[in-house]
Design a protein around this ligand. Structure first.
Ligand code: M6R
Length: 611
């Protein structure tokens, strides 16, 4: 969480930084701030979104060719002007922005207080900054050296960018556990939490690794490790166009991303799924196919929506590959001292590739000998780099905080992996294998069909937007879809929503059912459809309102529900990629109808780089 931007070069730094911060707002929007080098350090910061800062500093001195900017997701200290970054050191000569958490900051703070330091904020960042200043003063060294010494004492995660009034063209940056990209221009450099702030200026970037320190000047980039040894920067070419991170005529990124799904699923299948040849090509999986086939168990490790994708994959892998699968919340797994056996394969699922819990969980498991396969969207991200192999989801940048297209792309990739392994392991017969390849290839077209029903879904959103609670139910492959539908609604409409396995309803949640409770039942045609229909009857018998996701042509189920959301028929293994789409739209339209900023829901951030 938190977005960081930096610039040094011939351009005015302020407009570059502000534009970059707007692109990184998905990472947090509790406060915004910039620091500019113009004779002396100029720092402007404010509680609230980037636009609020911009408005508040019209007419101020915003000149300068070197600067840093920050958009915050609060960890230490409430969202306020004082807690906003950049922070300035006690002398006023250093300014710093930070993404991450300094875990031993109370100890460092006490040491500094004992030396007479006073603090203007409640943040761990201001502590680290003054700690660096104290080292610089005592050791009579430059900022680079002081940062290096300080970081040896620091525990936690960070990306920090620092300015020193004494070195007006230089940005010092360091990383451990939070992402940092440096863009290389002609006589200029850009820094960002991801590549979006630099896309229109350069396609050449360096992903900084943990424990690396960068000394960034307009015409020079020096990378070093904390032992002061130089490292040759590995320059990579970006494969993202500017249009991919803009709204392209849609009201919100979330809506754009929902509507991109026919294309993103197609892109994900392209070059991998060959229905005529009956083949799936995935080189990052092929390398480990033997280990996956022989695995005693597969562990899916993820958080949030990606965890839901793991749950769907559990059903698919167990059914098709006959391998025991366990799905773990990364945050629990990392602290549980889990048993990792030789032959365990871990599939880490993550849109951002930067989720701190997932990253640490897989690093722990890797140290115990597990094979890590990443199913990741962001190319070059930390989880992708920490994995032995895997497959990118190729969904393109996802900016709306609520994950949508990343989920369906994860399902497409995981389904392909399962089919590939089942085919090689011969746990699926050829006829079913070819049938499922075809079913998968038809998903983009079928999602496009669902999207055409958006007006109907918008009307339902109006009808149900004032409900206080929602229950979401599903069975089998559609149980995780119910969880995902509930999560989407909670995140962007702030309506309490719970997802449950349909049959569990009678073990508790049925007590909630009355004429005021909308129950969304995912009831597409599958093996257990008749069972779900019984659950619908049970809800109706208690006067609950049923909104069912049903298969096209299922008039019998439609007749017993209050409202229906229709999707084309599909094999149950690929059906979640369809049944989730109307639930994404329902949540979106309810959030909009309630007047909320669906792209930036309160308290949330897109990329959760703190525990
Ligand atoms: O980037 P990741 O997929 O690792 O992120 C995991 C969760 O933080 C994420 O899915 C979150 O739950 C979304 N806001 C869901 O819409």
């Amino acid at each position: 969480m938190c977005g960081i931007v930096g610039y040094t070069g011939p351009k005015d730094a302020y407009p570059v930084i502000i534009k970059g911060l707007k692109r990184l707002e998905y990472r947090g929007y509790d406060s915004t701030g910039v620091a500019l080098q113009n004779g002396s350090l100029k720092v402007y910061k404010k509680k609230g979104k980037v636009a609020e800062l911009e408005e508040s500093i019209v007419g101020k001195d915003l000149k300068g060719h070197t600067g840093i900017g920050h958009t915050r997701w609060a960890t230490h200290g409430e969202p306020s002007d004082a807690n906003a970054h950049p922070h300035q050191s006690a002398s006023g000569k250093l300014a710093m922005i930070h993404n991450g958490i300094i875990e031993n900051y109370t100890q460092l703070k006490q040491e500094l207080i004992n030396k007479g330091y006073q603090f203007k904020s409640e943040t761990d960042t201001e502590v680290l900054l003054n700690f660096i200043e104290e080292i610089k003063k005592n050791n009579h060294c430059n900022l680079e050296e002081a940062v290096r010494i300080a970081l040896k004492r620091v525990t936690g995660a960070y990306v920090i960018l620092l300015l020193d009034a004494e070195e007006p063209e230089t940005i010092i940056a360091a990383r451990k556990g939070s992402p940092l990209v440096i863009g290389i221009g002609k006589g200029e450099h850009f820094l960002g939490s991801d590549a979006s702030p630099m896309l229109e200026y350069t396609k050449e970037v360096v992903y900084v690794n943990d424990y690396e320190l960068a000394i960034v000047k307009p015409d020079e980039l020096i990378l070093k490790n904390l032992g002061n040894e130089k490292i040759t920067p590995y320059v990579q070419k970006l494969d993202i166009e500017l249009a991919a991170i803009e709204k392209g005529g849609y009201d919100h990124f979330m809506l754009k991303e929902i509507f991109e799904q026919p294309q993103t699923i197609f892109d994900c299948l392209r070059g991998r799924l060959d229905t005529t040849g009956g083949k799936i090509t995935m080189s990052g999986i092929q390398q480990y196919a033997g280990q996956i086939m022989n695995a005693n168990r597969i562990l899916m490790i993820a958080c949030g929506t990606s965890w839901h994708a793991g749950l769907v994959a559990e059903y698919i892998f167990e059914e098709l590959c006959r391998i025991n699968v366990e799905v773990e919340y990364a945050s629990e797994f990392r602290y549980r001292n889990p048993v990792i056996n030789p032959g365990d394969v871990i599939i880490a699922i993550s849109q951002s590739g930067e989720t701190a819990d997932t990253l640490v969980a897989i690093e722990n498991a890797k140290n115990q000998g597990a094979i890590i396969l990443g199913v990741v969207n962001v190319v070059g991200s930390s989880i992708a780099r920490a994995s032995h192999g895997g497959a990118y989801t190729h969904a393109g940048p996802e900016i709306g905080v609520a994950s949508t297209k990343a989920f369906t792309a994860q399902l497409a990739v995981l389904t392909m992996i399962a089919l590939k392994i089942a085919h090689e392991k011969q746990t699926i017969d050829q006829e079913r294998y070819l049938h499922l390849l075809n079913e998968l290839s038809e998903i983009p077209e079928k999602v496009a069909w669902v999207l055409k029903t958006k007006e109907k879904i918008q009307q339902l959103a109006e009808k149900y937007k004032d409900a206080r609670d929602f229950l979401y139910l599903g069975r089998g492959y559609n149980f995780p879809v119910a969880l995902e539908g509930a999560l989407k609604l909670k995140e962007i409409s702030y309506i309490h929503a719970e997802g449950y396995p349909a049959a569990e309803m009678k073990h508790g949640p049925i007590a909630l059912v009355d004429e005021h409770l909308p129950v969304v039942v995912v009831a597409t045609k599958d093996t257990y459809h008749h069972k779900v229909v019984s659950n619908i009857q049970e809800i109706k018998a208690r006067k609950g309102k049923v909104i069912a996701v049903i298969s096209e042509g299922d008039t019998d189920t439609a007749a017993m529900c209050d409202d229906v959301l229709i999707v084309p028929e599909a094999d149950e293994i690929v059906a979640p990629m369809l049944s989730v789409v109307p639930l994404q739209l329902l949540a979106y339209y309810i959030g909009v109808a309630k007047g909320y900023d669906v792209d930036k829901p309160r308290n949330l951030a897109k990329s959760v780089t703190v525990e």
